[in-house]
Design a protein around this ligand. Structure first.
Ligand SMILES: [Zn+2]
Length: 362
């Protein structure tokens, strides 16, 4: 028996007839609208990551058609995410996706093959161009570096705002020779003034090292999620102004609410901004209990043994449903962006099981 699906008109969906209306107050005929989204290439993407990427392309396509403006998707690849941990002298160190290898190939290269495959498919389906920006490129951005220096110059405030439960700001450095980084930082070893920040690190193999951060240089610094989210906002606003573009951040719905307000908007206010990036959040895919469908949970304790394996990684999804499956998901996500009532809500794994069964048998 086909189950009925309800779309209660709640919150912003109650006052918005179409998603592009939410952009109008900031759209002043800029030459391009960019939809920015990001993911960690730490495994073959699961259903939630795939639908968020799809949402970025579907939204870009919808906005292009509604506003008759050129649109593009910008994908931020977070290859700085930890790939493995290694213990030296009772201290835990990590290596990121770029510095961790499996049979000569970095984890970044291995996992980005899947992401590139999905991005390519979505670009064809939507006829929307896309670009990939690595974290390495991101951290070289002068606005990112400048705001990191500004944050450290105001560290008492930002420690409380961004790290409510920690004893200090967390900024990670990795060894310039081998890429080993310390997993947890209790006290940030640094020196700073208005124009530069110097971080002191230690590698158990190569000894002490120093990372210098200025607006112009490009010595590598691994900033964590709070810093990244906030400084990305700064870079977006500055670059939009410089390039006559309008960038919209599109993330999974688990980044909405207090995270977006506190880590992002309140941080931008403190850094002197009074205009903020438009942020939209893709529906979250939930398990039966209402928890976010999570890859790390799955890998850790076999939490999803009763869930369709195709939803847990892209390779199995393609093996099970092929490109026809991608078409079914694409159609579904396009329905979301067509109607705010369908966009501003979440969907369960059971719901996806239902639509895959319905459409796959047609
Ligand atoms: Zn080293």
């Amino acid at each position: 028996m086909k189950r009925e699906v309800f779309y209660p008109p709640i919150g912003i969906a109650h006052v918005t007839n179409k998603l592009s209306d939410l952009i109008l107050y900031r759209y002043k005929n800029q030459k391009k609208i960019i939809i920015n989204t990001s993911a960690q290439p730490n495994s073959s993407p699961h259903l939630g990551t795939i639908t968020t990427l799809m949402t970025a392309f579907a939204l870009a396509s919808k906005i292009r058609d509604d506003l008759k403006v050129e649109t593009e998707v910008q994908f931020d690849e977070l290859e700085n995410s930890p790939a493995e941990t290694i213990e030296y002298n009772e201290e835990i160190y990590y290596k990121d996706q770029r510095h961790s290898f499996y049979q000569q190939e970095s984890k970044e290269q291995i996992n980005m093959k899947r992401f590139n495959d999905i991005l390519e498919k979505l670009s064809v389906l939507s006829n929307i161009a896309y670009s990939v920006r690595s974290y390495n490129e991101f951290q070289r951005n002068r606005y990112i570096r400048k705001s990191l220096i500004n944050i450290v110059n105001d560290k008492e405030y930002f420690k409380e705002l961004l790290f409510p439960s920690a004893s200090d700001l967390h900024i990670r450095t990795i060894c310039p020779t081998c890429g080993l980084g310390k997993k947890t930082i209790k006290k940030l070893e640094e020196k700073h003034n208005k124009n530069k920040l110097i971080l002191n690190g230690y590698c158990p193999i190569h000894g002490l090292y120093e990372i210098k951060i200025t607006e112009e240089n490009d010595e590598y610094v691994d900033i964590n999620t709070q810093f990244r989210d906030l400084t990305k906002g700064v870079a977006m606003l500055e670059e939009d102004k410089k390039n006559n573009t309008l960038t919209i951040m599109l993330d999974g719905g688990d980044w909405s609410g207090i995270w977006a307000q506190r880590m992002h908007t309140e941080g931008l206010v403190r850094l002197g901004f009074n205009e903020f990036p438009i942020r939209l959040f893709a529906p979250v895919i939930l398990d039966w209990s209402g928890a976010k469908f999570s890859k790390s949970l799955y890998l850790k304790n076999d939490a999803y043994k009763d869930i369709n394996g195709a939803f847990i990684n892209y390779d199995s999804f393609i093996k099970c449903y092929g490109d026809k499956g991608i078409d079914i998901l694409w159609k579904e996500v396009n329905n979301w962006v067509e109607d705010p009532k369908k966009f501003f809500r979440n969907y369960s794994v059971d719901y996806f099981q239902m639509i895959m069964e319905e459409n796959n048998n047609e």
